[in-house]
Design a protein around this ligand. Structure first.
Ligand code: PLP
Length: 396
């Protein structure tokens, strides 16, 4: 790791990833789980935009040895970068890639009966987790298909290491959704009972993702599959959860001011001329746009940036590579000043969930789309003196 250097680090815009907060979140989440339950860190979609390898390596060093990804290629990428421990592929993998599952020691989800049979026919020893569909109606065995699921346990080539389901409304505190969720949970446990009746020794069991843990912490499971909470965010700002561990945002999004200029009353700005200055004003151009993952539907004051410790609104349309903020109320903004679009500065804070909500989405989507074009700067305090170490990865 090298130290951050103002002169060397010439990014126009970047993501700052606080690895201390990541480790803190892993620790407090483990603290609210049962002692014998394992945190399975969900690092799909480039660890929700945080950088999959750096996040997984940091978690490995903090003692987390269980990961989930969505695709086989995400799993292979982790292995090729020396990530150790278990890696579960949650999504569909073409069975012709069984050799890679075996070679890279990836566990594959069995998404239904015929998939399990086909995977087994590849003639390789593959570790799997069986998925049960209890109401999401996405992947998994039907809730009455326990006999077929039992057959999967009997296949020579597949070693069933786990069985799981996924809740589809665990974030809600509407009574109807809570009833639905308990129904999913009961359906899953009944499925397990049926398997036991059929003589199956149950493997590891898991149900909860972030909101499953935060709203149904009493469930007895062997794993929790935690994504968004690990990154220190809720999906939606105002979700009320039954438990509220001290989660800290891991990611900040920053950009350097490229240019400031004055506008006269009556002058419009950006594409489509959706904003016109009502009076003389000052604006700053930030070199970041929807091409970096900041959604265009946040245009025209739906969100802000923090500049000089004050929130300033984004005005006019967000472009692919640039956006404009109103700095009329600020003094002495100059080229190179750092604006924070997600994160905190000088007592002000902009949360990912807040920005996402303004764009009619959730933090999961916003974060996972950030950064195909941004540097990621990893920040970690290495010593007791709060000495900061930085490392940079990605493209400029
Ligand atoms: C993405 C995903 C998770 C993680 O969900 P969060 O809400 O981000 O914690 C867990 N389980 C499955 C099956 C997933 O697809």
């Amino acid at each position: 790791m090298r130290k951050y250097d103002e002169n060397k680090d010439k990014s126009r815009a970047w993501l700052e990833i606080d690895l201390n907060n990541l480790k803190h979140n892993a620790k407090v989440l483990q603290g609210v789980m049962a002692a014998d339950c394992t945190l399975m860190a969900v690092v799909k979609a480039n660890a929700y935009g945080h950088g999959d390898i750096e996040v997984a390596a940091c978690l490995n060093s903090a003692g987390v040895n269980s990961f989930a990804v969505a695709t086989i290629d995400e799993g292979i990428r982790l292995r090729k970068n020396n990530i150790t421990g278990e890696i579960l592929v949650l999504g569909y993998t073409d069975v012709t890639r069984a050799k890679e599952l075996e070679q890279f020691e990836l566990m594959q989800t069995v998404i239904d009966y015929s998939y399990g049979i086909e995977l087994s026919k590849q003639g390789l020893r593959i570790s799997v987790h069986v998925k049960v569909d209890t109401g999401m109606h996405r992947l998994g065995f039907g809730e009455k298909e326990y006999e077929k699921a039992a057959e999967i346990f009997g296949l020579d080539n597949l070693t069933v290491e786990g069985i799981f389901t996924h809740l589809c409304a665990s974030e809600s505190n509407e009574e109807e959704d809570i009833d639905f969720t308990y129904n999913q949970i009961n359906t899953f446990y009944s499925f397990l009972e049926e398997l036991k009746t059929l003589g199956i020794n149950l493997p590891k069991v898991h149900i909860q993702s972030s909101y499953g843990l935060l709203n149904y912490p009493e469930l007895q499971c062997d794993y929790t599959r935690i994504g968004i909470a690990l990154y220190g965010s809720l999906s939606t700002l105002h979700d009320k959860c039954r438990i509220t561990p001290d989660l800290r945002p891991v990611l900040s999004l920053k950009a350097k001011v490229a240019l400031t200029k004055a506008l006269s009353a009556g002058e419009s700005l950006s594409y489509g001329r959706t904003y016109t200055a009502a009076k003389a004003m000052k604006i700053a151009i930030l070199p970041i746009g929807y091409g970096d993952g900041l959604p265009r539907n946040l245009s025209n004051s739906r969100t802000s940036a923090i500049l000089k410790g004050k929130k300033v609104p984004i005005i006019g349309r967000i472009c692919m590579d640039q956006l404009i903020v109103d700095i009329t109320d600020l003094n002495c903004v100059k080229r190179g000043d750092i604006a924070t679009l997600i994160g905190s500065e000088g007592g002000e804070e902009i949360l990912a969930a807040e920005v996402a909500e303004e764009g009619d989405s959730i933090a999961n989507e916003l974060l996972s789309r950030l950064g195909s074009r941004l540097n990621r700067i990893y920040v970690e305090k290495e010593t007791e003196q709060d000495h900061l170490e930085y490392s940079v990865s990605g493209t400029v």
